[in-house]
Design a protein around this ligand. Sequence first.
Ligand SMILES: [Zn+2]
Length: 200
Amino acid sequence: MAFALISVILLIILILIAIKTGLNRGHTTDEPTSQPVIHASGIYSIVKKSPRENVHSKKPSREDIGKYLSGQNVDSEGAAITEEEKQLLIEQWESGIEDSIKTIEKGDVEGIEFYYYEFLPVDCPVCHNHVSRGKFVTREEIFRYPDIIPPLHLGCTCKLLPHHGKEKLRETTELGMLPLFRNQQPPPLPDWKTITKSAL
Ligand SMILES: [Zn+2]
């Protein structure tokens, strides 16, 4: 009886290994390198690093923004900006970046591979021509291009949300869900200096 049980367990383990090998092969067919599996696991471990450091080195600091805003009197639509609104823009920028970082850190714990763009609580008139709602990026793209982490400019309402149905996204069959990247490059993004007051 015990022997039969062990045999069954061994058989299950063998089947699992066979399935896993098959899956790995499926992922790496377009990579004719000699050690594709090691390459993939290497990327995976780097990707899991918190984006905090990279984001802060790519995005302007609080000081940079304060300095820039002190010389600005109107937003991108010509509406006057008060001193109070300038402070709000700085706070909103900082909390927006923190939200994005937390979303990705939490996603890494949960094994999220895809994120999509959403605009909350209102649409962003500046992002309109750059990033549309529902466009998705992979965790690896976020790692390689931290610039794509929102907010994308001052007053931006763009958010990055985790997507749990990764298989659907991979096939891009879900309505309105298209990749942000083309030919492995992100599209031109708004200049961080472009100001909108739409969410103040
Ligand atoms: Zn925006």
